[in-house]
Design a protein around this ligand. Structure first.
Ligand code: QAP
Ligand code: CO
Length: 174
């Protein structure tokens, strides 16, 4: 399966992803193809809609203290639902679909998430820190929401201006 990352302002990113009902080889192929593209892009999280598949599928690999992201730390979440949220935390977020832009976003500090693994087994995970932020960021993708949608009106304006400029520079050098 050949995947490419969909970048803002592609409207695909606004689509709501559909629940996965079949835990079959097609799902496994998608998951197996998402992992290398996330790692090659230096990502820590990727939702299926970012590779143009509107399915409630996301993967995460939060770096360890030394920056390593061993394969064993890969988390795959199907049909995730956040069932508890508390506290607040702010982190400078980025997104593989919004390259080269980072901005402070406030989210819940502690969450509980119910999800299924690639075989359909139900799981519950309590998360805090970067993992909690990453799960919330990726679950937003499944609902068609980008981190830039959370910016104030003035910061969003600033973003649109900077992003357009970046895109023009990219065009010129390509
Ligand atoms: C979502 O984001 C996230 O602009 C995952 O040039 C963000 O992997 C989770 C990336 C913040 C937790 C906190 C972005 C790579 C990667 C870029 C990513 C870029 C290269 C973003
Ligand atoms: Co993202």
């Amino acid at each position: 399966m050949k995947l490419t990352i969909v970048e803002y302002p592609n409207k695909k990113l606004k689509e709501k992803s559909l629940r996965v009902e079949k835990f079959d080889s097609e799902l496994h192929d998608l998951l197996d193809a998402m992992y290398p593209i996330m790692m090659e892009s230096n990502g820590i999280g990727l939702a299926a809609i970012q590779v143009a598949h509107a399915k409630q599928v996301l993967i995460l690999n939060i770096p360890e203290e030394d920056g390593e992201q061993p394969y064993e730390n890969l988390l795959e979440m199907i049909n995730p639902v956040i069932t508890h949220k508390s506290g607040t935390t702010t982190y400078q977020e980025g997104c593989l679909s919004v390259p080269q832009f980072y901005e402070d976003i406030t989210r819940y500090e502690n969450i509980t998430v119910n999800y299924q693994d690639r075989d359909g087994n139900t799981k519950t995970l309590e998360a805090d820190g970067l993992l909690s932020i990453a799960i919330q960021h990726e679950v937003d993708h499944l609902n068609g929401i980008l981190f830039i949608d959370k910016l104030s009106y003035s910061r969003r304006k600033k973003f649109e201006k900077e992003y357009k400029k970046l895109q023009k520079e990219k065009k010129r050098s390509s």
